[in-house]
Write a protein that binds this ligand. Structure first.
Ligand SMILES: C[S@@+](CC[C@H](N)C(=O)[O-])C[C@H]1O[C@@H](n2cnc3c(N)ncnc32)[C@H](O)[C@@H]1O
Length: 233
């Protein structure tokens, strides 16, 4: 693969800002560099796609640092996942673009994963490792975005990725999905762009090519209206 196919110019620049942050404590969560790309503000109304009951059942303690409404958002995403796959127990999870790891923390409480691999840029993984360690989660594997060819040797139960795939370079995203989706039994993606129906159609096609049962439905996020792409083999 050509060089730097794993990061757009935006993420390359952004990674430099993330690399400058200290991980001695969790105060990086409040940095401008983090909040520019991850929701850590308060007071939004997240559309739970009619999953309020499942959401209420998720018993997740607050994070050790004020993450604003990020936990609300992660719980909402996890509750949709749990209500879509009620039979899912102790899955081997591959999460792509997990940010500083709060969704991973929430999912640990929701489905007790047997294995958890976080795939992200090295800069973001460094923050995620510090955040998760501070919450007693030490069983994650951290896979850098430059290493996706290693997925060829792997098998997972669940592929999960929220608000991430649409921000990747098309060639990299295509290769990543080619490698990852056939190796997973379940797929849960919240993504898409209300303004780009061509991209949404492309993503739906990738999911339909690998999973026999596919459900695609709207999910309202703080930024833009997106869709859940849910697949089962
Ligand atoms: C908008 S954030 C979403 C983070 C988190 N999933 C959330 O919903 O808050 C996009 C994530 O994609 C990650 N990312 C960007 N380029 C990537 C790549 N090539 N491979 C893996 N992750 C990437 C970023 O570092 C960031 O964690």
């Amino acid at each position: 693969m050509p060089e730097r196919i794993d990061q757009s110019q935006f993420w390359t620049e952004h990674s430099k800002r993330l690399d400058a942050l200290s991980v001695d404590d969790l105060s990086f969560v409040h940095s401008r560099a983090v909040s520019d790309v991850i929701w850590v503000q308060r007071a939004f109304n997240w559309e739970l796609s009619g999953r309020r009951e499942a959401y209420a059942r998720l018993d997740v303690p607050e994070a050790n640092v004020d993450v604003g409404d990020n936990t609300v958002m992660c719980k909402a995403e996890a509750s949709i996942l749990v209500s879509e796959f009620p039979e899912l127990r102790s899955p081997r999870v591959l999460e792509v673009g997990g940010g500083f790891g709060n969704f991973c923390r929430v999912l640990h409480h929701a489905v007790s994963p047997a294995e958890y691999t976080l795939l992200d840029t090295p800069s973001m993984l460094r923050l995620a490792e510090a955040f998760l360690r501070a919450h007693g989660i030490n069983d994650c594997e951290f896979m850098a975005s430059t290493e996706i060819e290693r997925l060829r040797e792997r098998q997972f139960d669940l592929f999960v990725s929220n608000i991430c795939l649409s921000e990747m370079l098309p060639e990299y995203r295509k290769r990543l999905l080619e490698l990852a989706l056939p190796r997973c039994s379940y797929c849960f993606v919240i993504d898409g762009d209300g303004r780009n129906t061509e991209y949404n159609g492309w993503l739906g096609k990738q999911v339909k090519a690998c999973f026999s049962t596919v459900r695609i439905f709207p999910v309202r996020t703080p930024w833009k209206n997106q869709k859940a792409f849910v697949g089962e083999k």
